[in-house]
Design a protein around this ligand. Structure first.
Ligand SMILES: [Zn+2]
Length: 476
């Protein structure tokens, strides 16, 4: 294991004092989360740099737990006296006997999951702006119908230090970069957009995987396909989804229901189903923050617990949920390293990291060839999910009809309408070509980076909402 060498943001001696102060009213557990995050975004619209934003967010949050009660207090200062004051405030919210505590901290080895070769500060803003210009030029050169291009680069450097009254001391440093291009195509009053994104836990070497030109052309290609496409049909259909970002469907419609807080609230369709069949043999679903350089990767979670690969569903059988500390203690489960927070202002809650359907067998081409009639979904945009029921609507960003095992004409405006658990049971083929896409996952007002992934797969039957008036009339 390669070990990271992130520095502690606050001296160990101070962390010990803060924890001692936090434990003074007889708490069972106290934790300090310290963060120093720098963010830089550069955005471009119509060939002009619109915005260069740099921000730094530094502070600490202190949590004190006693039985079922907990209190949280944060400060934007890392000075010893401010940290102690926050600790006393958090402790003061819990009534209890004054105790005297000895806190011994043992520094944890944090694995270096995501090595970086091109650090954000090694490239000038002018050079970064030139990447955006290159994407813009490539998108416009792709087709004269491209009428607008926007592009953006986001870089995040997030340093964290976590210490708790059980002796854990861990420090991690994570660098993420994301490059996005959107293109608009216009023809006879029809406007269609295409978007291409790459986002990884690495530096600007992301652009060695896909160049600004690759991304610009990809965004333009999608927009052009859609501007020429016919309206999508509607009704129940077989859908083959390509590999990559389409995993967001599993993330949203099933993944959130596998986070332990929703299980313990009793609001999840997966509650009480461990060991039961929830999908076919070909479906294995995993959450894994230890994939080198993937968008949702880290060495330790925001509670200092090592990130780990958690098999959620194994060949169709439900195996595990994702836990933060609180839900693990309550459910008497080991930690799974899924306690995450948006910043030091928030408590950690169970969150997904890189969540994906695992590769199974066979080729995407063979799944398509084996499908008589259906829809080939080459990309998904965002969607809406009712968290209580898992009912969802997702917009397909690029789609084609499948006829006699062959990909046919493009269609636009298709949506996928269904239910998480039902649709999971309808997946009857999974290929071997796993890929990921980067996203921002929102929950309880907290947004965290999360990757969604899958190999190409087939959903035997799902409702497609289309815009073709003829099929709407047929539907009555
Ligand atoms: Zn989410």
């Amino acid at each position: 294991m390669r070990v990271g060498h992130a520095q502690c943001l606050v001296p160990e001696e101070v962390l010990r004092k803060v924890l001692k102060a936090a434990m003074m009213t007889g708490a069972d557990f106290a934790e300090v989360f310290v963060e120093d995050t720098s963010t830089e975004t550069i955005t471009m619209e119509d060939g002009k740099i619109e915005n260069v934003n740099s921000g730094r967010d530094k502070g600490a949050g202190i949590r004190v737990v006693k039985g079922e009660t907990s209190s949280y207090c944060f400060t934007d200062s890392l000075e010893e006296r401010d940290l102690l004051e926050a600790a006393r405030t958090a402790a003061g919210a819990l009534m209890g006997a004054r105790g005297d505590y000895t806190i011994d901290l043992t520094r944890r080895d944090v694995p270096l999951i995501s090595p970086v070769s091109k650090y954000p500060w090694e490239t000038t803003k002018t050079q970064k702006a030139e990447f955006l210009h290159r994407a813009d030029r490539a998108a416009r050169a792709y087709d004269p119908l491209i009428s607008q291009v926007t592009a953006g680069l986001l870089e995040i450097v997030r340093n964290t230090t976590i210490a708790n009254s059980e002796g854990v001391l861990a420090a991690d440093s994570v660098i993420r970069s994301r490059f996005t291009v959107s293109a608009l195509a216009t023809k006879n009053g029809i406007l269609q957009t295409g978007t291409a994104t790459i986002g990884k836990t690495m530096g600007l070497e992301i652009l060695d995987i896909k160049s600004p030109e690759d991304l610009g052309r990809e965004a333009a290609r999608q927009a052009i396909v859609n501007v020429h496409a016919a309206p999508a049909p509607s009704g129940p259909m077989t859908v083959v989804m390509t590999n990559g970002w389409g995993g967001v469907l599993f993330h949203e419609a099933c993944g959130h229901s596998l986070e332990a807080d929703s299980i313990l609230r009793g609001s999840s369709v997966f509650a009480g189903k461990i060991g039961q069949r929830v999908a076919r043999e070909c479906v294995t679903a995993i959450d894994d923050p230890t994939i080198p350089n993937e968008w949702g990767s880290y060495g330790v979670d925001d509670e200092g617990n090592p990130g780990q690969r958690t098999v959620l569903i194994e060949n169709g059988i439900l195996r595990s949920y994702m836990y933060d500390r609180k839900s693990a203690v309550k459910d008497k489960h080991r930690f799974t390293g899924n306690g995450r927070r948006m910043s030091y202002r928030y408590i950690a809650i169970p969150r997904m990291t890189n969540t994906f359907i695992a590769p199974y067998s066979g080729k995407e081409e063979d799944i398509i060839a084996d499908t008589q009639e259906g829809l080939y979904a080459k990309g998904l945009r965002g969607g809406q999910v009712n968290p209580a029921t898992g009912d969802f609507v997702f917009t397909v960003s690029e789609a084609y009809l499948i006829r006699n095992g062959k990909i046919g004409d493009p269609v636009r405006g298709a949506t996928l309408i269904g239910n998480g658990l039902t649709t999971l049971g309808e997946i009857d083929a999974v290929a071997d070509n796993l890929d990921f896409g980067p996203g921002n996952c929102g929950k309880s007002g907290q947004s965290v980076p999360a990757a969604c992934g899958q190999p190409a797969l087939r959903i035997r039957r799902i409702t497609v909402g289309g815009t073709d008036r003829r099929s709407a009339e047929r539907r009555g």
